[in-house]
Design a protein around this ligand. Structure first.
Ligand SMILES: *[C@@H]1O[C@H](CO)[C@@H](O)[C@H](O)[C@H]1NC(C)=O
Ligand SMILES: *[C@@H]1O[C@H](CO)[C@@H](O)[C@H](O)[C@H]1NC(C)=O
Ligand SMILES: *[C@@H]1O[C@H](CO)[C@@H](O)[C@H](O)[C@H]1NC(C)=O
Ligand SMILES: *[C@@H]1O[C@H](CO)[C@@H](O)[C@H](O)[C@H]1NC(C)=O
Ligand SMILES: *[C@@H]1O[C@H](CO)[C@@H](O)[C@H](O)[C@H]1NC(C)=O
Ligand SMILES: *[C@@H]1O[C@H](CO)[C@@H](O)[C@H](O)[C@H]1NC(C)=O
Ligand SMILES: *[C@@H]1O[C@H](CO)[C@@H](O)[C@H](O)[C@H]1NC(C)=O
Ligand SMILES: *[C@@H]1O[C@H](CO)[C@@H](O)[C@H](O)[C@H]1NC(C)=O
Ligand SMILES: *[C@@H]1O[C@H](CO)[C@@H](O)[C@H](O)[C@H]1NC(C)=O
Ligand SMILES: *[C@@H]1O[C@H](CO)[C@@H](O)[C@H](O)[C@H]1NC(C)=O
Ligand SMILES: *[C@@H]1O[C@H](CO)[C@@H](O)[C@H](O)[C@H]1NC(C)=O
Length: 870
């Protein structure tokens, strides 16, 4: 990098002392993969030039295979200016360049399949092309790889005096790969240039998985929907790190000439351990992870946390890489467990966060692959801009506490980050801003090429047993330095942290009498819910056991743990803990004695709920939802709001449950929605979300409007046996409200019990929630306020009635009391509608049931803690 910082000086100091310990990586992996197409063009060079691993073919000779097509014949070949005294760049292919103020094409006749396309740049003055004036686009295979790209601004910003940009794209059968360079139009000074171009085949399934259906699904950090990554997508390799190891250059890659940087410069956490390289252990590659995936030297080095458990638990091992905003990124993490102490499952398990979002709650490398067997995991993440051009993408590993793992520690061997093209088939970000105190004019080639300085710096982090002493010293230096810097990395955390307990499978088995059927209290799409007792019978819990083998389920499992363990609110169901021993996915919640709200509305033997209690339940649920939307720094969108997901505790307090579908909402102000695959439950789906697949917190508001009508009418959101216009509750209830005969849909058990002002207000709220346009719907906060007002109207009306009648009203008794004078006539006239409406027939026969006994209902609930997915 440009400026050497004090800690770097310490490294160099040690390296001088211990120079004899330096060990360099050898070309072990050469021959692991032989690319069909292996082209390296030295642009602007008259002849061929060889360096250690390959021959670069000059394009400047007459008749050269790779001479560019240039209709105006205006492109020139030139050598980089040597006028600058600091110019030491004698590396191939950076000495010469092809430059032009009009478009030129390089044409490659290559076999079909995925390719690396690497463009090499050394921004400098060339002939009469000034360094600062390069602005150009590069297009290939239908993709915009670079647009209005300034090599000098990029170089100044990153500190790389020469650099390459690597892209992955797929060439179709019988297609010719054209790489088109064009100066930015409208800028008379702009020119395009390139120093070198590589086109190298890659194994079919290395980054693109074309096996089944040409789509690859990757976990999307913090999001619900898996990301679909197509073989037709283009990628830009943003960063490739050999974690805990040293620089691995093109010659030492596995035949694809990739570059792996040392990771030290990208670490932002305070405390770093490096595993000594063990060269005796045999790495066992597999069919899924063949030996060309990454060099041996990547899998043979790793970082872990430290020696002290307290410290291990107090921080995340974090890497941070600057990226362009408003793109999806593919993040590949490489693991290989070779530490002597770690041999079996659960010896070392840890959490993985990407962009501060949990993507693995329990990463266990020995479980994933086994000792000495390399493996990688892919994740996708969308980096929101919020008005900024660039942001830092972080990968953080966190230790798990005692009891859930033997060593509270984490491991990472390698890291790759790729940018994925946006829907406009565009991979280009915006130019960084000019570096302020950089003098304009002379090229700033102030020192040796950065890859060299890096290599020098990296060499001391080499392996060998005695190298460990050096590493400990380094770790000490870093520890000392970072402690001074006061751990700024963790300040990104945005959700309040909470406690979450890990249960062993034995504990869960004991709690449920080995999953005895008689303990089942609910059956849902993802599996059974059991009632159980933990802590020696002291605490009653609900235990949700997800069906194994469902990736969908696994993701929801993680999401739910992540969300619920961090959120605590009176109106949210509390997650007590989880168990994922032996591949199980089990969640342990507070037991909600009275089951779901829907259990008390229809298709049930439970007595009907009185109106005020229903209002209180609605207010509670609305508060819970409001907290999700606004209580944490990130908006959390529930996505599956319905009466079956509102649970009731012993004291009838409503608690919102089932975050399996939840998503973090948009974080930036400029983005007001997140795009996603439509999920949720029929009858509750926001039509706007359904149509545009754009999810906002207002989608929950819509579903909540349906909930309100469900509570008022005591019928399901969708009733397929009802007359056509009544099937969908939202549509039916709205039309009744608009035509002014809302009484006709009110639960007959509430007949006469609702004050008309209250009913009007309640319908007004529900209808406003169901507005077609999300922006017009109220916030949940407004809904809470309005429902409280509706309750107030009910209370005062009842008070008035009492004052008038001088009689006492038992508001827990829902039948024919108190409010008979209000709206009574209208309701009477609608009796017929009720009896014809399916689902209420059974209810009227139970109307005789009077007061609610809390003991009656405790155990009959079909509590599902679960959701039904389209
Ligand atoms: C990688 O595996 C291939 C066969 O799968 C083998 O031919 C090659 O020698 C191996 N290379 C290395 C460096 O182990
Ligand atoms: C440069 O290399 C190419 C491909 O190997 C070859 O066809 C060409 O003849 C070489 N040119 C010279 C001048 O050696
Ligand atoms: C370069 O290739 C593109 C795409 O194949 C083509 O449209 C364009 O005309 C070519 N330009 C030149 C100068 O040959
Ligand atoms: C690439 O350029 C050649 C000649 O300029 C043209 O025939 C071919 O169609 C182009 N290929 C693509 C994919 O644009
Ligand atoms: C390397 O691994 C082998 C096999 O696990 C072990 O016997 C040996 O002690 C290890 N060596 C070092 C230096 O860790
Ligand atoms: C390599 O792994 C496979 C399965 O993961 C195992 O069957 C085989 O015995 C292992 N080989 C070595 C040499 O460890
Ligand atoms: C902390 O991490 C180190 C490895 O860096 C590991 O050896 C150790 O076991 C961890 N501490 C505890 C108490 O788990
Ligand atoms: C690790 O990072 C995550 C995500 O940013 C954060 O929630 C958590 O609190 C961090 N852990 C520690 C111990 O700092
Ligand atoms: C990324 O992090 C680095 C180091 O922590 C910082 O210097 C840089 O400004 C950050 N970049 C952005 C865009 O926030
Ligand atoms: C590509 O995206 C950049 C911003 O990321 C934008 O400035 C540019 O106009 C886009 N180019 C094309 C051809 O879409
Ligand atoms: C090209 O980039 C420069 C520097 O970032 C910017 O000033 C200019 O407006 C851009 N031009 C176009 C056409 O996007």
């Amino acid at each position: 990098m440009k400026n050497m910082k004090p800690p770097l000086l310490s490294f160099l100091f040690i390296s001088v002392l211990l120079e004899p310990l330096m060990v360099l990586v050898t070309g072990d992996n050469i021959g692991a993969y032989s690319p069909v197409d292996d082209i390296a063009v030295n642009c602007g060079s008259p002849g061929n030039s060889s360096e250690s691993s390959r021959t670069w073919i000059g394009d400047a000779e007459d008749g050269s295979t790779y001479s560019p097509i240039d209709e105006t014949h205006s492109s020139i070949k030139a050598s980089a200016s040597v006028s600058s005294p600091s110019f030491h760049n004698n590396l191939i292919p950076y000495q010469t360049a092809r430059l032009s103020r009009s478009e030129f094409n390089y044409t490659f006749r290559v076999a079909a399949g995925p390719k690396f396309v690497r463009l090499h740049f050394f921004p400098s003055d060339y002939h009469n092309f000034r360094r600062a004036y390069s602005f150009f686009s590069v297009k290939a295979a239908g993709y915009t790889l670079l647009d209005n790209f300034s090599a000098s601004l990029f170089s100044d910003h990153t500190g790389f005096t020469n650099f390459h940009k690597e892209f992955c794209l797929t060439v179709g059968a019988d297609q010719i790969l054209n790489v088109t360079f064009a100066p930015t139009p409208g800028n008379p000074d702009a020119y395009a240039f390139v120093n070198g171009i590589e086109v190298v085949s890659m194994p079919e399934h290395l980054y693109y998985n074309a096996v089944v259906d040409s789509t690859e699904r990757i976990e999307l950090a913090g999001q619900q929907a898996p990301y679909t990554f197509r073989t037709t997508d283009a990628l830009e390799a943003v960063k490739r790190l050999n974690v805990g190891g040293q620089f691995v250059g093109p010659a030492d890659d596995t035949g694809m000439y990739r570059t792996w940087e040392a990771d030290e410069a990208y670490l932002t956490s305070s405390n770093i351990g490096v595993l000594p390289v063990n060269t005796t252990i045999q790495l066992n590659y597999s069919e899924q992870v063949p030996n060309y995936t990454a060099p041996d030297s990547v899998y043979r080095t790793a970082r872990t946390m430290g020696t002290d458990k307290r410290i291990n638990l107090s921080y995340n091992l974090t890497w941070s890489v600057e990226v362009d905003t408003d793109f999806y990124y593919l993040v590949r993490l490489h693991f290989c467990e070779f530490q002597i102490e770690i041999n079996k499952h659960s010896d070392r398990a840890f959490k993985i966060f990407i962009d501060s979002q949990l993507v693995e709650g329990r990463a266990d490398v020995t479980r994933w692959s086994g000792k000495g067997v390399p493996i990688y995991r892919d994740y996708a993440v969308y980096m929101h801009g919020g008005g900024k051009k660039r942001t830092n993408l972080s990968v953080a590993l966190g230790a798990l506490p005692d009891g859930s793992t033997l060593h509270s520690d984490a491991i990472l061997n390698g890291l790759e980050i790729f940018k994925i093209n946006n829907p406009g088939k565009n991979l280009s970000g915006l130019n960084p801003d000019p570096v302020p105190n950089k003098p304009p004019g002379p090229p700033p080639t102030s020192k040796a090429p950065s890859s060299f300085s890096r290599a020098a710096k990296i060499a001391i982090v080499a392996g060998g047993t005695s190298g460990f002493t050096v590493l400990s010293l380094l770790a000490f230096f870093l520890y000392w330095r970072r402690n001074g810097a006061k751990e700024s990395a963790s300040s990104k955390s945005s959700l309040p942290s909470g406690l979450c307990r890990h249960f062993s499978l034995a504990e869960i088995r004991a709690a449920t009498n080995n999953f005895d059927e008689v303990f089942i209290i609910g059956v849902g799409g993802f599996g059974n819910v059991y009632k159980g007792y933990i802590d020696g019978g002291a605490t009653q819990v609900a235990i949700k056991r997800l069906k194994p083998g469902s990736r969908q389920g696994l993701h929801e499992f993680r999401t739910e743990i992540e969300m619920l363990s961090q959120l605590r609110h009176l109106h949210l169901v509390s997650l007590i803990g989880f168990c994922n021993d032996a591949g199980e996915m089990i969640l342990v919640y507070d037991y909600m004695a009275r089951g779901t709200v829907s259990d008390h509305l229809y298709n049930t033997d439970n007595p009907p709920l009185p109106w005020k209690q229903r209002l209180q339940i609605c207010i509670g649920a609305a508060r819970g939802l409001d907290y999700l939307h606004t209580g944490a720094e990130h908006t959390i969108i529930h996505r599956d709001m319905k009466t079956a997901n509102i649970l009731l505790d012993e004291k009838w307090v409503a608690k919102v449950s089932d975050f399996g579908l939840s998503k973090f909402g948009p974080t930036s102000v400029s983005k007001t929605h997140v795009s996603t695959i439509v999920k949720g439950t029929l009858g509750y789906l926001d039509p706007e979300y359904y149509k545009r697949q754009q999810l906002t917190d207002k989608s929950d508001v819509y579903s909540f409007g349906v909930v309100l009508f469900e509570v008022l009418c005591a019928r399901p959101a969708v009733n397929r046996t009802a007359p056509k216009e009544q099937i969908n509750l939202a549509a039916w209830a709205q039309s009744c409200c608009k035509s002014g005969d809302v009484e006709k849909i009110v639960d007959p058990h509430l007949k006469g019990a609702i004050a008309s002002e209250c009913l009007n207000k309640f319908c007004e709220i529900a209808v406003s929630c169901l507005q077609g346009e999300g922006a017009k719907r109220p916030s949940m906060n407004d809904v809470v306020g309005n429902l409280e007002f509706a309750l107030q109207l009910q209370v005062s009306a009842e008070q008035e009635a009492i004052d008038h009648a001088g009689a006492s009203i038992d508001d827990r008794d829902d039948n024919d009391h108190g409010m008979a004078s209000i709206g009574g006539d209208a309701m009477d006239s609608s009796d017929e509608a009720f009896s014809s409406s399916n689902g209420s027939g059974g209810k009227s026969s139970k109307a005789a049931v009077t007061t609610i006994s809390s003991n009656d209902v405790r155990d009959v609930s079909t509590n599902n803690y679960d959701s039904q997915i389209l």
